[in-house]
Write a protein that binds this ligand. Structure first.
Ligand code: PLP
Length: 404
């Protein structure tokens, strides 16, 4: 058994791992940004925005895409386009970023919190029906980190109860469920392009849909009512009366950055999925560790984080998750303990009064996020092969000392 780096031994990574800078940047894109700047055409259905909408729709197999300012307003716009509002209830997972729930509140509806599965860490279909009431209008499954919610079961429940499914794909760009890109199975797919994401432009988001009429509504609601492709000041066809719209537009700068990343998305998704599978095999063989399960029908997974759980019962007395993470970091592996650290509605930024949401079930999520979750950013799935192996070596080394 070799001495851990935390105790003065040699670290597995004698030199820093070759983690790529994220988001990526290249000179061709920098030139394009300069060109846009000098063109004075910075926003409003510019050529890059229109082109990305078309390219992302084609990439995902959607009928249309509507780019927006971020992946929070995309959820709001999706709900608004589906007529969800005051008096309605929307089912959301207990573990996700706060936006999945706050966007429901912004629409005047009530988020209803349902627990996650212990393996995929996504919304548990077995617990959804108990939360459905006559007021329920939609389910928002989140394809969390590097897995996918069970869309077959969720779509079946939605069909049975006449509910909409809005897929929150903020973590899942590039992922495919049974050969279909995530976001095209439910009524709307909502994406975030915030700078930590798999496809990133600082800020940004998009809604995709396979329903052209709904696509038109998503575009208009986010573009202050303008029809798709309109020139500023030249609205020719008015929005339907009662369609209250917003300015949630993205700029040409972001659209150009996203176009360049979209060209690499398939290759990057394949690379991360391949490396994640290698790590899954090695890390799952370590007593106490369980890598977040793949989406059950995932033929390709888009990783935002590489997530795993560590059972505290597998650790020696006096050792906990934080200590394991500290030891891994000393070996040169960039793990974070606890992800966002809390249930959605216990996050320090959650400011929704208790009577404006309902908690139906949460025990699995609570235990996992508070006691067991460990994550690694997507960039760690982009290391050269020998360094991917060294990451697994480091987990084995630490657990050889700290595991029971
Ligand atoms: C699951 C999930 N949904 C929605 C969002 C909101 O995206 P944005 O930060 O672009 O508003 C995020 C952002 O982290 C997220 O993780």
């Amino acid at each position: 058994m070799s001495t851990l780096a935390i105790d003065g031994g040699n670290p597995v990574f004698a030199e820093k791992a070759h983690v790529p800078a994220w988001p990526p940047a290249d000179m061709d894109t920098a030139e394009q940004l300069k060109e846009i700047y000098l063109s004075h055409a910075w926003s409003f259905y510019g050529k890059h925005e229109v082109a990305f909408n078309e390219e992302f729709a084609a990439y995902t197999g959607a009928a249309s895409c509507a780019m927006m300012a971020n992946g929070t307003v995309t959820l709001e716009v999706a709900m608004q386009a589906l007529g969800i509002g005051p008096g309605d209830e929307v089912i959301v997972p207990a573990y996700t970023w706060i936006a999945t729930g706050t966007s429901v509140v912004v629409c005047g509806a009530t988020p209803v919190v349902v627990d996650i599965e212990p393996d995929t860490l996504c919304l548990d279909p077995a617990k959804i029906e108990a939360a459905i009431t006559p007021k329920t209008k939609a389910i928002i499954p989140v394809h969390l980190y590097g897995s996918m919610a069970d869309l077959d079961k969720i779509m079946a429940i939605a069909a049975k109860h006449n509910l909409y499914v809005i897929e929150d794909c903020a973590h899942a760009h590039g992922g495919e469920w049974n050969g279909k890109h995530v976001g095209t199975i439910g009524k709307v797919g909502s994406f975030s392009f915030q700078q930590s994401k798999t496809v990133a432009s600082g800020e940004g988001g998009a809604c995709i849909t396979t329903d052209p009429e709904l696509g038109e509504a998503l575009g208009r609601i986010s573009h202050i009512g303008y029809q798709y492709g309109a020139v500023q000041g030249q609205a020719t066809a008015p929005p339907p009366m009662g369609m209250i719209s917003h300015n949630y537009r993205i700029t040409e700068f972001q659209a150009a950055i996203l176009r360049s990343q979209l060209r690499d998305l398939r290759a990057n998704t394949l690379l991360r999925d391949y490396n994640a599978e290698y790590l899954r095999k090695r890390i799952n063989a370590i007593n106490g560790f369980q890598v977040q399960a793949r989406g059950r029908c995932a033929n390709l997974q888009g990783y935002y984080q590489f997530a795993m759980t560590l059972d505290p019962a597998a650790l020696k007395d006096g050792i906990d998750r934080a200590k394991v993470c500290e030891a891994l970091r000393a070996e040169g592996v960039g793990v974070g303990g606890g992800g966002w650290g809390n249930l959605m509605y216990e996050h320090k930024l959650w400011s929704v009064p208790k009577d404006m949401y309902r908690v139906e079930s949460f025990e699995v999520a609570d235990d996992i996020v508070k006691n067991k979750l460990i994550t690694m950013s997507l960039t760690w799935l982009m290391l050269p092969q020998n360094e991917i192996e060294m990451v697994a070596d480091a987990f084995e080394k630490v657990m050889a000392v700290y595991g029971k």
